[in-house]
Design a protein around this ligand. Structure first.
Ligand code: ADP
Length: 328
């Protein structure tokens, strides 16, 4: 792994040496990192058609990288385990992560697979067509996780999503469980079917949206009562705490008791990245020892802020902004 970029270290942290530094959560994220390639155009082409005149943009993406950056901006010391291609996109991703002070000690550049890319075409009305080639993300194996075992052991939390192979997610959950590191699993995107319940039983905090809650619990989620039932089912499967995000309606959570938070009122311009902001902020707050209800409320504020700005990583809020907005 010949990464030339200097590793972000704790000493680089802007809070280093201050009291706040003592409270920083130590988070490991294992997940995807993509390059999102956008073409903004008047109208989407249909099959066989060529449209000329669009505007091209590239942006860093992938739920793993997004949530690592979300947690770092929310105040955590973050280490990302990811697999990138040994190509220009991979190197650019590494640079972005370093700028965001995410440790790249366990980010690999794979010579045999390209960096994951999402090709996104967006028309003037905001309609889109998206094709994703996971590339190196599908080559993130249990071996990569195993190498990071000491880091996972020392972490306050391990944060996972579902854009890497299920075998790797399962292995990471087992390893963290053996090391007594609590796991936050954001089961997104929705798996094709319910996850094995012995896996869910090893999850400390499960975060899902309504659709993912329905797939995992095997029940439709069309009403608040359905949401409560799904949360209960997922807890019965063994997850210690369950959070169901409800978009502009906020979130429902079940720990020792069931509670909900309403979404903070914002002028939402783009909800892309809201779920990732939520997960990064929630794991940060839990890692700092917040009560569960406070952590959910903190995450709800961070996610609302992410809706006020365009983009996935570009919209992720900084700690100071989350705190002042949260207290409003
Ligand atoms: P996902 O995009 O992963 O499906 P959701 O749509 O449930 O996730 O949104 C995640 C979180 O973002 C919500 O729980 C809420 O806190 C926040 N959120 C989403 N949409 C809005 C909105 N319009 N206004 C305020 N907060 C929002």
């Amino acid at each position: 792994n010949a990464l030339e970029v200097e590793v972000a270290s704790v000493a680089d942290c802007p809070f280093a040496g201050k009291d706040l530094f003592m409270a920083r959560a130590n988070i490991v994220v294992a997940g995807s990192a993509n390059t999102d390639m956008f073409i903004l155009m008047d109208a989407l082409p249909s099959a066989g058609e060529t449209h000329i005149g669009g505007e091209f943009q590239t942006k860093p993406g992938g739920k793993g990288a997004n949530q690592a950056v979300a947690a770092a901006r929310a105040g955590s010391a973050v280490c990302l385990i990811a697999n990138l291609g040994d190509d220009l996109f991979g190197k650019n991703t590494v640079e972005t992560l370093v700028k965001e002070r995410v440790s790249i000690d366990f980010v690999s550049l794979d010579r045999h697979a390209p960096t994951g890319v999402a090709m996104i075409m967006v028309d003037a009305a905001g309609q889109n067509m998206i094709a994703v080639a996971p590339g190196a993300n599908s080559m993130l194996t249990p071996k990569h996780i195993e190498k990071a075992q000491p880091r996972i052991k020392d972490a306050d939390f391990l944060l996972l999503q579902m854009e890497i192979p299920l075998d790797t997610v399962s292995y990471a959950i087992e390893l963290a469980h053996d090391e007594r590191t609590p796991v936050v699993l954001n089961a997104a995107p929705a798996p094709r079917s319910a996850l094995p319940s012995d896996l869910i039983a090893k999850v400390d905090t499960l975060i899902v949206n309504e659709f993912e809650a329905a797939v995992l619990s095997g029940t439709r989620v069309d009403s608040p009562a359905d949401g409560e039932r799904a949360a209960q089912t997922l807890r019965n499967m063994g997850a210690k705490r369950v959070v169901i995000t409800l978009g502009s309606r906020g979130a429902l959570a079940l720990g020792d008791k069931l509670f909900s938070v309403s979404a903070k009122t914002v002028e939402a311009v783009d909800t892309v990245g809201a779920g990732d902001a939520f997960c990064g902020a929630l794991v940060t707050a839990l890692g700092e020892g917040f009560e569960f209800a406070d952590a959910v409320s903190f995450a709800n504020a961070a996610a609302a802020l992410a809706c006020t700005r365009v983009g996935a990583q570009a919209s992720l809020p900084a700690r100071t902004d989350i705190e002042s907005f949260w207290k409003q």
